[in-house]
Design a protein around this ligand. Structure first.
Ligand code: ADE
Ligand code: ZN
Length: 326
């Protein structure tokens, strides 16, 4: 019998969102920093009570003060790769948020070197192909995003693209048109969170103004039939995160999640974990929670490989693994 969930790519994962409560406590002890509790169970209990994206981000950003050194970032990435290996991930394209850490006084070089030293060795150490996507925190605004991109360009070989995350409503994609053009001129891939809490107009702006190649979340695109038709025709992948949507109350319950409907609409949907330390599990838990049959799980997994920023030969090799899994 093969594994209960298919081999897959993970295309929507914030590395900072993999900080398990045990690591949080270990790093806080290492650096002599305060936490609301030293008990991982008590820390985790707080995660059950998010009411929306912002209520999560407030807890999340406060926790990240424990990440101080290159070694801390390396340990964080290695912890994720241990999970990735166990959960059938063949390829991970991982978001990181340098602005959070730079604002805590950590040099950008420590962030990038700590993470990239783990991810660039991941094929050998964990049998996982991994790459990094530099994200702009949209609530810090477009000038800060441009400053970040300029600061990161000396490390250009360590990331493959740019993304846009953090507080969505009130910070539409249009604000970031110029920094995305700068990124495109550097040959970087482009993705953006849109349609998680923001409306379908955010998705349209991400496509038209930022020229994104994938949309992160995108569930509210369903509210606009013309947009759904466009996403289907242009085969724009949507990196959907079912458990995240339940924990952050974008949907009421997993049984109400629109992902099956999105598949019915012929959209290129993928399954991802977003911030697995907070939202009840890793990518395998997200696949399982949906309660879909193996054919549909395989379709989702094939979609995930089709949506990777890798040569076609790699996609074909991984798709064949999915065919063997069914
Ligand atoms: N940063 C971490 N997780 C996020 C999410 N789900 N949406 C926006 N920004 C995030
Ligand atoms: Zn996200």
């Amino acid at each position: 019998m093969t594994a209960p969930t298919p081999p897959t790519a993970e295309l929507h994962l914030h590395i900072e969102g993999t900080i398990e409560a045990e690591l949080l406590v270990r790093l806080a002890d290492r650096h002599g920093l305060p936490l609301p509790s030293r008990d991982p169970a008590v820390l985790r209990e707080r995660y059950e009570h998010f009411t929306d994206l912002q209520s999560f981000l407030d807890v999340h950003y406060a926790n990240l003060a424990v990440l101080r050194t290159e070694e801390d970032f390396h340990e964080l990435a290695t912890g994720y790769l241990d999970h990735a290996r166990r959960t059938g991930i063949r390829r991970a394209e991982v978001f990181f948020d340098p602005q959070t850490h730079v604002n805590h006084g950590v040099p950008i070089e420590a962030v990038i070197r700590g993470l990239s030293s783990a991810f660039e060795a991941a094929e050998e150490t964990h049998g996982v192909s991994a790459a990094m996507i530099l994200c702009f925190l949209r609530d810090l605004g477009p000038e800060a995003a441009e400053e970040l991109l300029r600061a990161a360009l000396p490390f250009r070989e360590h990331f493959i693209g740019v993304g846009l995350d953090s507080t969505e409503v009130g910070y539409p994609p249009s604000l970031f048109t110029e920094v995305y053009a700068m990124a495109a001129a550097e040959g970087l891939h482009r993705v953006a969170h849109a349609g998680e809490e923001g409306g379908p107009d955010y998705v349209v702006e991400a496509l038209d103004l930022l020229h994104v190649e994938r949309v992160d979340h995108g569930i509210r695109a369903l509210e606009d039939p013309a947009l759904v038709a466009r996403l289907r025709e242009e085969r724009i992948p949507l990196t959907v995160c079912p458990l995240s949507n339940v924990f952050l109350r974008a949907v009421d319950a997993i049984a109400d999640h629109p992902l099956p409907l999105m598949l019915d609409e012929g959209l290129v949907v993928t399954v991802n974990s977003d911030d697995p330390a907070y939202f009840g599990g890793y990518v395998d838990a997200n696949y399982t929670a949906l309660g879909l049959d193996r054919d549909r799980l395989a379709l989702l997994a094939r979609n995930s490989f089709d949506a990777c920023f890798v040569p076609e030969a790699d996609r074909a090799r991984w798709r064949a693994e999915v065919d063997a899994w069914v």
